[in-house]
Design a protein around this ligand. Structure first.
Ligand SMILES: [Zn+2]
Length: 112
């Protein structure tokens, strides 16, 4: 696993053999970075994975949205249109839940 360095000013995580010369987020000097231990570094990786899963859910939601709208625009069969409308409702719920969770991660500094 890559070494991870945490900015003591803003919490930014840098991946690399050493800290950056300046924090790209807050411009703090390299001396303000601390090397994370293995458990903390693993928690960062797991958090990044969780964020990636949330992004994937939103992306899949957008693809489902496009497919449903395409089907609704065709308007061939009332039964199909009903399925598309119901799928859209569920998709918007999934996207809303995922984006709300992402927003909470950003607010808690658990993004990046
Ligand atoms: Zn910083």
């Amino acid at each position: 696993m890559n070494k991870k360095w945490k900015c003591g000013v803003c919490g930014f995580i840098h991946d690399g053999d050493g800290p950056p010369q300046r924090c790209p987020k807050c411009a703090a000097a390299a001396a303000r970075f601390a090397l994370l231990d293995d458990d903390a570094a693993d928690a960062v990786e797991r958090s990044r994975h969780g964020n990636a899963v949330l992004c994937l859910l939103v992306d899949l939601g957008r693809r489902i949205e496009r497919a449903c709208k395409d089907g609704l625009a065709d308007d061939l069969d009332p039964g199909c249109a009903d399925v598309y409308r119901k799928c859209l409702e569920h998709t918007y719920q999934i996207m809303k839940l995922s984006m709300t969770e992402m927003q909470s991660h950003v607010g808690e500094g658990k993004w990046g």
